[in-house]
Design a protein around this ligand. Sequence first.
Ligand SMILES: *Cc1c(COP(=O)(O)O)cnc(C)c1O
Ligand code: SF4
Length: 366
Amino acid sequence: MERWQRLLQQSIITPSKLAQLFKLTEVEITQIKRVISTYPMRINPYYLSLIKEKGDPIWKQAVPDISELNDAYGLDDPLCEEEQSPVPNLTHRYPDRVLFLVSNRCAMYCRFCTRKRKVGRKFVVNKETIQKGLEYIKRHTEIRDVLLSGGDPLLLTDAELEPILNALRKIRHVEIIRIGTRVPCTLPHRITGKLCQMLKRYHPLYVNTHFNHPAEITKQSAQACERLVNAGIPVGCQTVLLKGVNDDVATMKTLMQKLVKIRVKPYYLYQTDLTRGTSHFRTQVEKGLEIVKGLRGFTSGLCVPHYIIDAPGGGGKIPLLPDYFIKKDEKGWWLKNYKGQTFIYPNPGYEHLVNDNKETDPWVNL
Ligand SMILES: *Cc1c(COP(=O)(O)O)cnc(C)c1O
Ligand code: SF4
């Protein structure tokens, strides 16, 4: 058994150990028990070690909260992934790519998970569903990009994962393979040298990981990302905007800067989905816009993810941008920069507007 597997085995799945470590009250223990009878808990020793105190941003992501059961409006499947599944565990929403779920387990069950209906629960992945998914991909020559997800594909062993990658690589029209995984953050020991050696045989292969808070960037998680990148795998990050965890500009700026420092490119920042049991994590959309606005221009463009709402009802990812646009007229496009100063990008024939103004003022004031 590998080290990561031993760590997983030592995961906390009942509140007793938490109660000891953090001096929980009887009421708190009972509440956790009630939640985990619906939504399982799993906190592996590594992720547990990141919790500094009860209620901190790491705790909130990992420890069940009674609010999960008091969510009247949440939906089981807000993104309509099931409706858009031609075969079980494969969602074909966009023209050239599919989402293919190949594992139902994770190294930690995030309380805000979009697939809360599935992970660690009734969601069945087996050789047969994987085979059916592969056959679907083979039949559909328009699919050039396959996104392996779950659960977490890297909770499969190397020996379970490699045949899937191998089968995908044999399909001529599959150009790129992506793995969506949270283990670089939640169980970095899973990113072994051996795994990276295996993965690099299936290039072009991308990894999208998932960090939500600067405290998740540790020596171990940095090393895991470094190993992937050193195997030639571009690593991106999909962050979820979570109330009480990362819903302020300073935290998010630190997170993005630290990610870039470990060579992880912030890819998406997601507005929280309407998943049942996660409503206590939802923020206003304005909060997301404020955060993106506080990043763009104030720090490297590399640190700025796309802010996305995954439309309820299966509409897919929709980007939102803070408003840098003022108006357009026959002269050109009037824009605002990150400091709120106004500039014109002139239409062809109106270039003199920029020059005219340069002599008096570097920007055009409206
Ligand atoms: C997010 C997602 C993808 C991938 O989208 P990109 O914008 O290409 O990263 C593909 N299929 C589904 C169903 C998704 O939710
Ligand atoms: S690792 Fe991803 S799939 Fe697993 S519980 Fe967390 S958010 Fe959900």
